[in-house]
Design a protein around this ligand. Structure first.
Ligand code: NAD
Length: 329
């Protein structure tokens, strides 16, 4: 019923694009039909599992066969390529490392758009360049499908517990259909505006996160050099105006908190390479919009240097360790 209402609202609003109302109704009325999922990495694997927990049969694909093993054992159907997935599912979520992977998965020789069904809803949760999201939306629209960007905040822990925040860009009349799936994987699903605006929100958040993490790491390091106990310093920061997510939830200093990457030699979490990529996206968009981002630029350089010095696959909070090494400790 909701789907029919949505379809008729789409018509009433003279929904000019993508998909006609009848196609939209057919797709979303088939509520618990199979959902495609492409990219079963650190984030995608638990996200796909949460869709299954909510009763959606999942049809998945990943270039790396090992990453499909767990989902196959749980009953997901694993196919060879994104095109094969598009053949069977008319709602597909993608969770890939970066813009070139997304371009390949959508428009490559075995890409989704080679065999996408008319009326399909394609949701990309990767963090990529908003310009690429817009290009994918145009390409999908030509084939009668809808593309939305829905990058996430929250990391592997939130992905596992289904508590991600999704920032969604795309046609507003499609938001409810996207939300139906995204709420199985996230606690917050926020509509940001036209396609690309989800990415814009994500890029801004991560630039601030990177700056905050470096600031926390250098502050903690200075405090330690001044003779303060790191746990005590963190406690004081967290009851004072210096408090931030990096100080109170994801502290970069080993021994200050349990259950964070700094307590586990910076394994797991959010890789330095991915943070460097996101800061690169922030730089591109800042250049295109002539926006000064001096601290964002510096953070980008620091994370790129870390990638070149062996920190690429460590969690981004390892900037603390990097600063200590820089001073010869
Ligand atoms: P990941 O590298 O662990 O997983 C990506 C998966 O995509 C891999 O399994 C890879 O084999 C697969 N893949 C790559 N190219 C493919 C192709 N052409 N066809 C099919 N599969 C392909 O990355 P991740 O940590 O899961 O991150 C995914 C996205 O989410 C990134 O854009 C990242 O910036 C963003 N993100 C990550 C985190 C985090 O904490 N890890 C948090 C928020 C957002």
């Amino acid at each position: 019923m909701a789907a029919l209402l949505r379809g008729s609202r789409c018509l009433a609003e003279k929904c000019h694009n993508h998909v006609n109302a009848a196609q939209v109704s057919v797709r979303s009325m088939a509520s618990k039909t199979q959902v495609g999922f492409i990219g079963l990495g650190n984030m995608g694997n638990p996200m796909a599992k949460n869709l299954m927990k909510h009763g959606y049969p999942v049809i998945a694909s990943d270039v790396f066969p090992e990453s499909c093993k767990e989902l196959r054992e749980l009953g997901a159907q694993i196919l060879d390529s994104p095109a094969d997935v598009a053949d069977k599912a008319d709602r597909i979520v993608t969770m890939l490392p970066s813009s070139p992977n997304v371009i390949d998965v959508y428009t490559g020789p075995n890409g989704i758009l080679k065999r996408v069904k008319k009326g399909s809803l394609l949701i990309d949760s990767s963090t990529i360049d908003p310009a690429v999201s817009k290009e994918m939306a145009v390409a999908a629209e030509k084939l009668g499908a809808v593309f939305m960007d829905a990058p996430v905040s929250g990391g592997v822990g939130a992905s596992t517990s289904g508590k991600l925040t999704f920032m969604v860009g795309g046609p507003e009349e499609e938001f409810n259909a996207a939300k139906e799936l995204l709420s199985c994987m996230g606690a917050n699903v926020v509509y940001c505006g036209q396609v690309g605006t989800g990415q814009a929100a994500k890029i801004c958040n991560n630039m601030l996160l990177a700056i905050g993490m470096i600031g926390t790491a250098e502050t903690m390091n200075l405090g330690i050099r001044l003779g303060l106990d790191p746990k005590l310093l963190a406690k004081i920061l967290n009851m004072s105006s210096g408090r931030c997510w990096s100080s109170d939830t994801y502290n970069p200093v080993p021994g200050v908190m349990e259950g964070v990457p700094s307590a586990n030699n910076y394994q797991g979490g959010f890789g330095t390479t991915l943070m460097a990529k996101d800061l690169g996206l922030a730089q591109n968009t800042a250049t295109n919009t002539k926006t000064p981002v001096p601290l964002g630029s510096l953070a980008h350089q620091i994370y790129r240097m870390m990638c070149a010095r062996g920190y690429a696959s460590k969690d981004f909070s390892s900037v603390f360790q990097f600063l200590r090494e820089e001073e010869g400790q």
